[in-house]
Design a protein around this ligand. Structure first.
Ligand code: HH2
Length: 289
């Protein structure tokens, strides 16, 4: 049984990003060395990360996929150090074999940017080990997703997709209280799509499972600020986006800059507590059955 995801990661929680890749869009190459990765993980925990998201494959726009062996060779040497810190660990992967191995070494969550569509064995791998699962929306795949993203209505389309993915996950044996959903900021979306998703996030929060949002350092932040060719965005803009997402119902914020996000979200939570004392600490509305 164990804790529900809401108990493990109460709103608001910060998920600290640890990319052990040579080519991630904002921190590629920094933590390839397992000792540097382990000490960065320690720092993220000190700064208040409630969970560490360990990723061995970049999903930046234009990224090409890597093999399972390559991904495991990056993730495995770091995983045991991070698990030893005593903080929950999520593995950012869409490969069932990587997820299985990481879960067997102590990770407790699978963060799958394909929403369990990338590998037919992923749902089973997560269900068998009782893992927590993050189901993310992405239009297309990282190689081509930013070429011409198009939606009928971005929020309705993403909501319909996530609702279907939650049903799918439950049908494959993953407990509803172990699932969170993510609109996939920057994954097959224009800057305007991302802004609209954040501004109407309540429409996803009412699916009844926690919503995770990752705006940290993403290029739309730089683009909104006027740099049309930005490939990443500044911290202050990311914090504003994260706080807006929280105010619209997000529970978990995925970030590279943990201390700043923890401080900003604590402040936003303190204000919410004063504004809505009766709702403070209450569960979000349940999904209608
Ligand atoms: N964003 C990235 C990677 N994984 N997972 C979820 N659930 N939500 C996100 O928004 C998300 C994610 C991209 O950021 P990063 O890991 O820093 O970059 P890269 O994919 O280049 O390693």
């Amino acid at each position: 049984m164990g804790l529900s995801l809401r108990e493990l990661l109460p709103r608001p929680s910060v998920m600290g990003v640890l990319n052990v890749t040579p080519d991630s869009f904002s921190d590629g190459g920094l933590f390839i060395d397992p000792r540097r990765a382990a000490s960065h993980a320690e720092r993220l925990v000190r700064e208040g990360a409630a969970i560490i998201d360990l990723g061995g494959e970049s999903t930046r726009p234009g990224a090409s996929p890597i093999s399972c062996e390559e991904e495991l060779a990056r993730v495995e040497p770091v995983l045991e150090h991070v698990v030893a810190l005593g903080v929950p660990v999520s593995v950012d992967t869409s490969k069932a074999e990587v997820a299985r191995r990481a879960l067997s070494l102590g990770a407790c969550m699978v963060n799958d940017i394909t929403g369990l569509r990338g590998d037919a064995e992923m749902a089973d791998a997560a269900a068998r080990s009782g893992a927590y699962v993050c189901l993310m929306h992405m239009q297309g795949d990282p190689r081509t997703m930013q070429e011409a993203p198009s939606y009928h209505d971005i929020v309705t389309d993403v909501r319909t997709f996530l609702e279907e993915r939650v049903e799918f996950a439950i049908s494959r044996g993953i407990a509803e209280d172990r699932i969170c959903v993510d609109p996939g900021i920057g994954f097959g979306k224009t800057a305007h799509h991302n802004l609209e998703l954040i501004s109407r996030l309540e429409e996803l929060a009412d699916l009844g499972v926690p919503v995770l949002v990752g705006t940290s350092r993403k290029s739309f932040l730089g683009r909104v600020l006027g740099d049309a060719s930005a490939t990443s965005g500044p911290l202050a803009a990311g914090l504003a986006a994260a706080v807006s997402a929280y105010q619209a119902g997000a529970s978990i914020v995925r970030s590279h800059d943990v201390r700043e996000h923890v401080e900003a979200l604590r402040m936003a939570a303190a204000i919410e507590c004063v504004a809505h004392p009766l709702q403070a600490g209450q569960e979000e509305p349940r999904r209608s059955q």
